[in-house]
Design a protein around this ligand. Structure first.
Ligand SMILES: *[C@@H]1O[C@H](CO)[C@@H](O)[C@H](O)[C@H]1NC(C)=O
Ligand SMILES: *[C@@H]1O[C@H](CO)[C@@H](O)[C@H](O)[C@H]1NC(C)=O
Ligand SMILES: *[C@@H]1O[C@H](CO)[C@@H](O)[C@H](O)[C@H]1NC(C)=O
Ligand SMILES: *[C@@H]1O[C@H](CO)[C@@H](O)[C@H](O)[C@H]1NC(C)=O
Ligand SMILES: *[C@@H]1O[C@H](CO)[C@@H](O)[C@H](O)[C@H]1NC(C)=O
Length: 186
């Protein structure tokens, strides 16, 4: 074997080792540390009282944004999860707001207009503020049945951060045959 072929083999072997460790890393977990997989979302309950702007900023420090809602199925999963992760909190911030235009709501986290708006009883009350909270109902079983209410963005509340689902890059896995072929090419 010629010396340059030997070097090519060494480089390839190194590349293969790195590819292998990289692909085993992506396989380990879907959500970042401290985030919980709820449906197809990665959520983090934060038990600190902040206003909407501060809460949004806090989520950004975790590579996330405030919670957004998509449909009823997802809201039921969130309701169930909240019972254990933020038990007995009556109100929590979502990323929903009408800070651009009164009465038109967007999820700050996804940038999408809110099409699913499950209002709580007596809502919406647009002149109460511009930010959307999930507000729960107290029953003998604790707080549950969270639905949306409009609040002043300066109010303090606990909140949930949501990590945007990411399109994961496809990694090329070289097979032994491909390794042989690569040697030939080099
Ligand atoms: C996860 O939570 C623990 C305990 O609250 C904390 O010490 C740690 O810094 C958190 N990790 C990240 C990546 O936020
Ligand atoms: C609800 O939203 C989730 C998360 O985006 C999605 O996976 C699911 O298909 C949706 N279900 C319905 C009934 O639209
Ligand atoms: C929200 O609260 C702040 C301070 O408490 C107040 O100055 C502001 O007018 C309120 N905004 C709305 C829309 O009620
Ligand atoms: C919360 O969880 C407890 C314990 O599993 C359960 O007994 C209770 O019914 C739940 N509360 C609500 C409001 O779903
Ligand atoms: C992921 O990729 C699909 C197909 O290219 C695209 O439609 C979708 O918007 C992407 N989602 C995100 C979160 O980037």
């Amino acid at each position: 074997m010629l010396w340059h072929q030997l070097i090519a083999c060494a480089v390839l072997a190194l590349a293969l080792t790195q590819l292998h460790s990289a692909s085993s890393q992506t396989a380990t977990s879907k959500c970042a540390k401290n985030f919980t997989e709820v449906g197809d979302q990665c959520l983090l309950a934060v038990n600190s009282w902040l206003n909407w702007y501060e809460a949004d900023r806090y989520c950004h420090t975790k590579g996330a944004g405030l919670l957004s809602l998509k449909n009823d199925t997802q809201l039921q999963l969130i309701n169930k999860w909240l019972n254990t992760s933020l038990a007995n909190q009556l109100e929590l911030w979502t990323s929903g707001n009408s800070l651009g235009q009164k009465g038109v709501y967007f999820w700050q986290n996804t940038g999408e207009q809110s099409r699913y708006l499950p209002w709580a009883t007596g809502q919406p009350r647009p002149y109460d503020g511009d930010c959307l909270m999930l507000t729960g109902t107290y029953s003998g079983l604790g707080v549950g049945n969270y639905r949306l209410a409009i609040r002043n963005c300066s109010n303090w509340a606990v909140f949930v951060c949501e990590q945007q689902s990411q399109n994961r890059s496809t990694r090329v896995c070289l097979k032994p045959e491909a390794f042989e072929m690569a040697q030939v090419v080099v």
